[in-house]
Design a protein around this ligand. Structure first.
Ligand SMILES: Cc1cc2nc3c(=O)[nH]c(=O)nc-3n(C[C@H](O)[C@H](O)[C@H](O)COP(=O)(O)OP(=O)(O)OC[C@H]3O[C@@H](n4cnc5c(N)ncnc54)[C@H](O)[C@@H]3O)c2cc1C
Length: 317
């Protein structure tokens, strides 16, 4: 059975790679190439699936994805590394569901704390420098014989034929294609700083700095972040750039010597939960929807791709 994957961000690429590995004749159609996508090419990015519990579907996708990224880091694949991540908190709270002593989970010592935070935890995680890693995934897909056609799709149902399955990985683009009222853009601005080597990731999501992060990639690092729900405008805001750098210097004082390399704005495909399911289309294998990953798309990508393959195999039986 042939498969058309619509979308070439991390969700489309990982789905298409796994489909080809499983023997499907899968190709991608996308309005933007991987390194120009509105979410995947802008992210920090770190493996950190927010908002899930240990037994959720999302946690399962997250575990699979971390395993793939960890192996990619161990085997020297471009743009992925394993680093310590520290999350600073105001209250001690319970351990997160993903706490894992094998990945070095521990509570912060006083020497780890900064920015007025009293608690926190540390664990090694996958950190992805998205542009080189998207280039690597594109090459991986290409090596399996897959092709990417640059084209804007106006109807998913029109792409489905009796022997062609469609997989919808269009991120925030799914608003137009599906009319899904639950899907909303969550604008995020990041600043890429250069010239300073920072050893570990730091994240805060509450307290004095509200929301901020530092995600290092070699001698550069991505600092954020902002979350503006319902905002489509991708023009960077200079005052936000200044605020992000101020916060980052509180978290990592060495960044006071860094230089701005780039400022980017992306649109996370926000939804209460990921839509990963088959939609029936009469006379065809149907449409598998795989969108709405919000701020977790990198963290869930490989697990969702495995589930897409499982659904596709059921349809081809
Ligand atoms: C600032 C920021 C920081 C983030 N940090 C993290 C992080 O640390 N960890 C993490 O796990 N996640 C993070 N995320 C979230 C993550 O980047 C997204 O969840 C993920 O990239 C979504 O991938 P996607 O492939 O669904 O969408 P996209 O990357 O947006 O790709 C969508 C694809 O669909 C195509 N498309 C859309 N409409 C059409 C159409 N009509 N016809 C044809 N093609 C179409 C586009 O051209 C594109 O190729 C962050 C996101 C942002 C913006």
């Amino acid at each position: 059975m042939s498969v058309t994957v619509v979308g070439a961000g991390v969700i489309g690429l990982t789905s298409a790679i796994r489909l080809r590995e499983a023997g499907f004749d899968a190709h991608i159609v996308a309005a933007e190439l991987p390194t120009e996508t509105v979410a995947s090419s802008v992210a920090g990015a770190v493996w950190y699936p927010r908002g899930s519990s240990a037994r959720s579907r999302q946690a399962g996708w997250g575990r699979v994805s971390l395993g793939v990224f960890a192996e990619a880091a161990e085997t020297g694949r471009p743009g992925v590394a394993i680093r310590d991540m520290i999350e600073l908190r105001q209250q001690a709270g319970p351990d997160p569901w993903w706490a894992n002593p094998d990945r070095g989970f521990r509570r912060c010592e006083p020497a780890d704390l900064r920015g007025g935070y009293q608690h926190g935890f540390i664990q090694a995680t996958a950190v992805i420098d998205v542009v080189p890693h998207l280039e690597y995934l594109t090459d991986q897909f290409d090596e399996t014989g897959g092709t990417i056609t640059v084209e804007r799709v106006t109807s998913l149902a029109d792409l489905a034929t009796p022997d062609r399955l469609v997989v919808n990985c269009t991120g925030i683009g799914a608003t137009e294609l599906t009319g899904d009222p639950e899907l909303v853009p969550i604008r995020g601005q990041v600043v890429r700083l250069g010239g300073v080597s920072i050893p570990r990731v730091t994240i805060v999501d509450e307290g004095p700095l509200a929301y901020g992060y530092v995600m290092p990639h070699g001698s550069e690092c991505v600092v954020g972040g902002t979350r503006t729900v319902g905002e489509w405008d991708r023009t960077p805001d200079d005052s936000v750039t200044e605020q992000l750098i101020e916060k980052a210097i509180i978290l990592e004082p060495a960044l006071a010597d860094a230089e701005i390399v780039a400022v980017k704005v992306g649109l996370r495909p926000g939804r209460d939960s990921v839509r990963l399911e088959l939609e029936a289309v009469a006379g065809t294998p149907g449409i598998i929807h795989n969108y709405g990953h919000g701020g977790n798309g990198w963290s869930l990508s490989w697990g969702c791709a495995a589930e897409v393959v499982g659904i596709a195999e059921t349809m081809s039986e």
